[in-house]
Write a protein that binds this ligand. Structure first.
Ligand SMILES: CC(C)(COP(=O)(O)OP(=O)(O)OC[C@H]1O[C@@H](n2cnc3c(N)ncnc32)[C@H](O)[C@@H]1OP(=O)(O)O)[C@@H](O)C(=O)NCCC(=O)NCCS
Length: 175
């Protein structure tokens, strides 16, 4: 019986490592509330914080609760392929801008999502005549501390046993 001649398979092309496109960052609208609250729920269900459940629950607002968070806080969302993958809030107070409620989808981390949100927040703060941006980070959140250090924020103090008996590190960056 004639043996079938199989052409030698070509080696597959070397994997092309493509860095994902930067996310689109925009101020959120009321239409985004369900996606934003779903993101907070996902992030804080995923994150092994070791913190009291009550505290972690308080970071997972219902759509109604988030509507009241929006009073006095300007929130930005980072989107990729139309999906919300990151959120950050900015609170303007006496010429300084306080960053709050930062969270990035666990599946979209280390791709510059938080960085893009921080750039947008700083730009907005500058246009709002703020002189600095600052943020509080629970000492156990080492990824967030690394992020703000990477974004050239300076650690300006530690509030010992400040929030739910947790040490809180304060980072700021002049504009
Ligand atoms: C902290 C967090 C917001 C970072 O988001 P992110 O989109 O992954 O951050 P970026 O991709 O913009 O990171 C930029 C740089 O920050 C630093 N960084 C970010 N995450 C880090 C980590 N887990 N470990 C070490 N460095 C980290 C790195 O220098 C990184 O640059 P590189 O990836 O080129 O090394 C995200 O991990 C998160 O949502 N964590 C849970 C919620 C939280 O802690 N919120 C902050 C409350 S203050």
């Amino acid at each position: 019986m004639a043996t079938e001649h199989r052409p030698e398979r070509e080696a597959p092309p070397a994997a092309v490592v493509k860095s994902p496109l930067p996310p689109v960052v925009e101020r959120i609208t009321h239409e985004d509330i369900p996606a934003v609250t779903a993101l907070y729920k996902k992030v804080w269900e995923y994150e092994p914080t070791g913190l009291p459940a009550e505290l972690v629950k308080s970071w997972q607002p219902s759509p109604l609760e988030f509507t009241s968070w929006m009073e006095g806080v300007t929130y930005f969302a980072a989107r990729r392929d139309g999906h919300v993958v990151g959120v950050l809030g900015c609170e303007l107070e006496h010429g300084s801008c306080h960053l709050v409620d930062l969270a990035v989808d666990p599946e979209a981390r280390r791709q510059g999502v938080a960085s893009a949100l921080i750039v947008a927040a700083m730009d907005w703060a500058k246009r709002s005549n703020a002189l600095e941006v600052w943020v509080e980070v629970l000492a156990r959140f080492t990824a967030a501390a690394a992020l703000f250090t990477h974004r050239e924020f300076v650690e300006c103090g530690v509030l010992h046993k400040h929030h739910w008996y947790e040490d809180v590190r304060v980072f700021e960056r002049l504009l």
